[in-house]
Design a protein around this ligand. Structure first.
Ligand SMILES: Nc1nc2c(ncn2[C@@H]2O[C@H](COP(=O)(O)O[C@H]3[C@@H](O)[C@H](n4cnc5c(=O)[nH]c(N)nc54)O[C@@H]3COP(=O)(O)O)[C@@H](O)[C@H]2O)c(=O)[nH]1
Length: 940
């Protein structure tokens, strides 16, 4: 598309070069001049031609009249001589032929006109010998003329005959001979009478006297038969031969066809002449009268010159006049063109022009002015959109570029310079641009370019170096082609896609790796195990999958927070990596679970060695954020091909083996054994069973009494859930609570426990039992996911139990989390008026701070300390410290797992407040409590 300035420039050029080949004025001038000059000159030429034709006609008429006159005159002269000769011949009798003297006398008596035949008369006998002459000349008689043409012709005809001019044998001058046959008595030719006259004789060509031939008219008489000129104005030409055939086509035609036609021809003296011809009646002679055209047309030529000169003067005058008119009328147009040209050449802003007159030019300028207004509006809009585009490109980090194929000229937008880290304005070339591409990617870019030259879209991603390091660019271009399919120009964009490339790479990395530890994920582990299995098939070695689960990681997470938990996981990943060959794969499954893929293992012993090394490495203390932590793990091992031939089977079996390692006391590993499989299915069955148990009401609560050491009375009971399994009988809480926590069923189960315990407590009171606390265990899961306050409130409301008789047992890990949410929940629970006991106290991260903050009422010292109380000094010290600390905080202490009198005694000496355990009473059904309490009114 032409841009407006270039269009303006063209208009300007056309208008401001008035005599250039593209000048409108010149073209109009030339066009009008052609019309006028054609008319003038057409008229002049036509007039000149008509005049010439008319003059020609007049001349031809004049020539014709002259020719007719000359022909008639000459015919009359010849006829006169032929008649005279006939009469003379008739007078010569046959007898006179026999006696020539008589003929002589006859000539003398008759005195035949010498005027007509100045050259005299001759009589020849039939043999051609002259027998008489008049006037007699000595020596003439006896002369032979039988060879003359006129003699021979007359011997064959009985008519007078005009012969071919010859040179007279006696006069030695040209002679026109006349001849008449003489006959004998039998009428046969007996001789010839001849008479002669010179062609120069004025008596023969008398017309000369009667013709005012003037200077211009010429007369020529010629004999076709004799092929010579008989008479001519120019005497030298008399008896000359006629022009050879072809030299004068008009003459050839006249003589050949014997026609009388006027015409112009170049005659034998080289002069062009207009002439007419006539044939004589008395002989074959042809008379031509003519006039030299130069002379004849002289007057008309002068006239023609006058006409042409007038036409020329008129042409010049009209041209000048037209030029003046056009200049005057086109001036406003030229002025407008100059002004437009000025704007175009100097890049001035386009401004409307003054309108000089109300005609086509005025309308043109008006249209231009409207165009200027519209163009200025569009220009402003374009500038705005260009600036928006520039901003958008800058935001999107997109630059643009062009490449002219013919001269390899490259242009870059400022953003493109910025993207490639090259100072704006640096001269560019195709080579320079290619050199910006990282050497490794140049072939890729070149190939893409070559393909684009053949019509495919140019779309390539490549790397390039900048001062800040390697970056990625995405270049796209569209090519324009000529009609022959040759590439002309490429217009493209360049975008810095480094960020998206990095993200892409990270996303790709994340598809196969764990974001936290950067270890391969399950997918990649699967892939690696499959490679290891394929290798084993070839090498007859073994492969192994080690399933690792950290022991007690949950409590680390719960007690120290996720940040520490994450840091520990990363440190564990490093330890695992240190434990195996570099070629082995370590993978994180999520949470605290890891996999190790071992390949090329000769036997199980080698696999066990790796497992032991892992455990050994884990035994060292971890320093996480200044905290010294110990982490152990449980590991299950499945071996290929012994335990399975695919990833999923091996994973399942390694998982099962890992559970067995856990059950075996943790911090150990187990190879998979078939027996384990059955147990794993049992675990699975249990989940389903728990769900059904809740629906079918198979849960029951047993209650374990808690006795005050001071009073010996039952001060409380701990509600402990039991599953009355239809096939397996009464199952203890420890056998299914962890599974219920795992699968989330602990929420509805926990709610049931709360309702049931509260209901039972009220039932006991109603049955007249003394008041005592009912302690209900709460799982951390309930705290996190359940709506605990609602459940507790609902249980209290439903049962009508006094909240002061309800005690909730929480493990330390719940409180240690110390989040605002936990604090708020605990405070709201406490606000209900119930009691709070810390279960398993001493096993976690015991802290005085949270005990105060959460307004804890009771510490329940863990069984593990109580069990070894008598034998282990350290444990005794711990129990003592806990009891003293509790006293200082005004908290009640309760010892659980009291199994002997000895321990009971020790606890009493340590001033523990309450005891619970086999030594006192094992958990029992609700009905048994009613029976137990009155009897146990006082402890022994
Ligand atoms: N969230 C809930 N947890 C519950 C619930 N009911 C029980 N539990 C928790 O399950 C764990 C195991 O409980 P259980 O199998 O019921 O064992 C309890 C007692 O039977 C047992 N015990 C009591 N005295 C002795 C003894 O002298 N020796 C000995 N070896 N064991 C004894 O101790 C368990 C009570 O422990 P604790 O809660 O720490 O007081 C257990 O952690 C229960 O908390 C429930 O409804 N919800």
């Amino acid at each position: 598309m032409l841009r407006l300035p270039s269009v303006l420039h063209k208009i300007h050029c056309l208008m401001t070069k008035p005599f250039g080949p593209k000048s409108l004025k010149m073209r109009m001038l030339v066009a009008v001049l052609i019309v006028i000059v054609a008319a003038i000159w057409g008229f002049a030429v036509r007039m000149s031609a008509v005049l010439q034709a008319d003059l020609e006609k007049i001349l031809i008429a004049q020539m014709s009249a002259t020719a007719d006159f000359v022909t008639a005159d000459l015919d009359s002269e010849l006829q006169l001589r032929m008649d005279l000769l006939s009469q003379a011949a008739a007078a010569i009798t046959p007898a006179m032929l026999a006696d020539p003297a008589k003929i002589q006398r006859l000539f003398e008596q008759r005195s035949l006109s010498r005027e007509l035949f100045p050259n005299g008369l001759l009589v020849a006998d039939k043999n051609g010998a002259i027998i008489a002459d008049y006037p007699p000349r000595p020596g003439r008689v006896g002369t032979y003329i039988g060879d003359r043409e006129h003699f021979r012709a007359s011997m064959t005809t009985n008519k007078p005959y005009v012969g071919t001019p010859v040179i007279g044998r006696f006069s030695n001058q040209p002679v026109v001979p006349f001849a008449m046959q003489l006959r004998d008595a039998s009428g046969a030719a007996a001789g010839v009478l001849t008479g002669g006259i010179s062609p120069l004789d004025p008596n023969l060509f008398k017309f000369r006297e009667n013709l005012n031939l003037g200077m211009i008219v010429r007369v020529v008489v010629m004999s076709a038969k004799a092929n010579m000129i008989v008479f001519a104005d120019n005497q030298k030409r008399i008896m000359q031969k006629l022009p050879a055939k072809g030299l004068n086509p008009l003459l050839d035609r006249r003589l050949g066809e014997r026609i009388e036609v006027p015409g112009i021809a170049v005659v034998s003296n080289g002069v062009e002449a207009l002439n007419v011809n006539r044939f004589m009646k008395t002989t074959d002679w042809m008379v031509i009268t003519g006039v030299a055209t130069k002379t004849a047309f002289a007057p008309i030529k002068t006239l023609q010159r006058e006409i042409y000169l007038t036409a020329l003067l008129m042409t010049v005058a009209i041209a000048a006049l037209l030029h003046l008119i056009f200049t005057r009328h086109l001036r406003p147009l030229e002025d407008a063109a100059k002004a437009i040209g000025h704007m175009a050449e100097h890049g001035n802003a386009l401004t409307p022009l003054p309108v000089a007159q109300d005609d086509e030019t005025g309308r043109l300028v008006n249209s231009f002015n409207r165009l200027v207004v519209e163009r200025n509006r569009l220009h402003a809009a374009l500038q705005e959109s260009e600036s928006t585009l520039k901003k958008a490109q800058s935001v999107a980090n997109i630059g643009s570029w062009t490449l002219n194929i013919a001269d390899a000229k490259v242009t870059w937008s400022s953003q493109t310079y910025k993207i490639f880290g090259i100072p704006a304005g640096t001269p560019l070339s195709r080579e320079f641009v290619l050199n910006c591409v990282l050497p490794d990617d140049r072939e890729l870019v070149s190939n893409a370019w070559q393909t684009a030259l053949r019509g495919a879209p140019f779309d390539v991603e490549h790397r390039f170096e900048t001062a800040e390091g390697m970056r990625w660019a995405h270049q796209r271009a569209e090519m324009t082609f000529d009609d022959a399919g040759r590439a002309l120009m490429a217009i493209g964009t360049a975008q810095d896609i480094t960020d998206s490339k990095v993200s892409e790479a990270y996303i790709e990395f994340l598809a196969y790796h764990d974001a936290l530890t950067k270890l391969p994920n399950r997918l990649l582990a699967k892939d690696r195990l499959e490679l290891a299995m394929a290798y084993s098939d070839r090498s007859h070695a073994k492969a192994a999958l080690l399933f690792i689960d950290l022991d007690s990681f949950k409590s680390v997470n719960d007690s120290l927070g996720h940040l520490i938990g994450d840091a520990l996981l990363k440190a564990v990943a490093t330890r695992l990596r240190e434990s195996v060959r570099e070629t082995e794969t370590i993978s994180r499954q999520g949470g605290d679970e890891f996999l190790i893929v071992l390949s090329d293992m000769p036997d199980n012993e080698a696999i066990a060695k790796v497992a032991e090394k892992v455990l050994e490495n884990m035994a060292r203390v971890f320093n996480i954020d200044g905290l010294e932590l110990f982490a152990t793990l449980s590991m299950g091992v499945a071996v290929y091909p012994d335990d399975g031939r695919d990833f999923n089977t091996l994973l399942k079996k390694a998982d099962t083996a890992m559970y067995h390692a856990k059950e075996a006391g943790r911090d150990t590993y187990r190879f998979y054994a078939e027996q384990m499989n059955a147990e794993a299915s049992e675990h699975l069955n249990m989940r389903n069973g728990l769900r059904l148990a809740l629906e079918r009401g198979e849960f029951v609560l047993h209650y374990q009494p808690q006795i005050s050491l001071a009073s010996g009375r039952v001060v409380g009971v701990e509600a402990l859930i039991r599953w009355n399994h239809p096939e397996l009988g009464m199952l203890p809480a420890g056998s299914f609570i962890p599974t219920a926590e795992d699968c989330g069923l602990i929420i509805p189960i926990g709610e049931w426990v709360l309702h049931e315990a509260c209901r039972q407590a009220v039932a006991w009171q109603r049955a007249g039992l003394p008041q005592f606390l009912v302690a209900v265990n709460l799982s951390a899961v309930q705290f996190k996911r359940g709506e605990l306050e609602k459940s507790v409130g609902a249980a209290l409301a439903a049962s009508g139990l006094d909240p002061a008789l309800l005690e909730l047992e929480l493990t330390e890990s719940v409180l240690i989390h110390d989040s605002d949410q936990v604090l708020a929940t605990v405070r709201r629970l406490k606000a209900l008026g119930l009691k709070l006991a810390i279960d398993d106290f001493g096993t976690g991260y015991s802290s005085l701070a949270y005990l105060k903050r959460f307004s804890v009422d009771k510490l329940k010292i863990d069984q593990s300390f109580i069990r070894d109380l008598g034998s282990d000094m350290e444990e005794s010290a711990i129990v003592r410290a806990i009891i003293q600390m509790a006293r200082s905080l005004n908290l009640t202490t309760i010892a659980e797992g009291v199994e002997s009198e000895h321990i009971l005694h020790l606890l009493r000496s340590l001033q523990c407040d309450v005891v619970q355990g086999a030594q006192v009473a094992m958990p029992m059904a609700a009905d048994d409590i009613a029976a137990y309490i009155p009897g146990a009114g006082k402890m022994r």
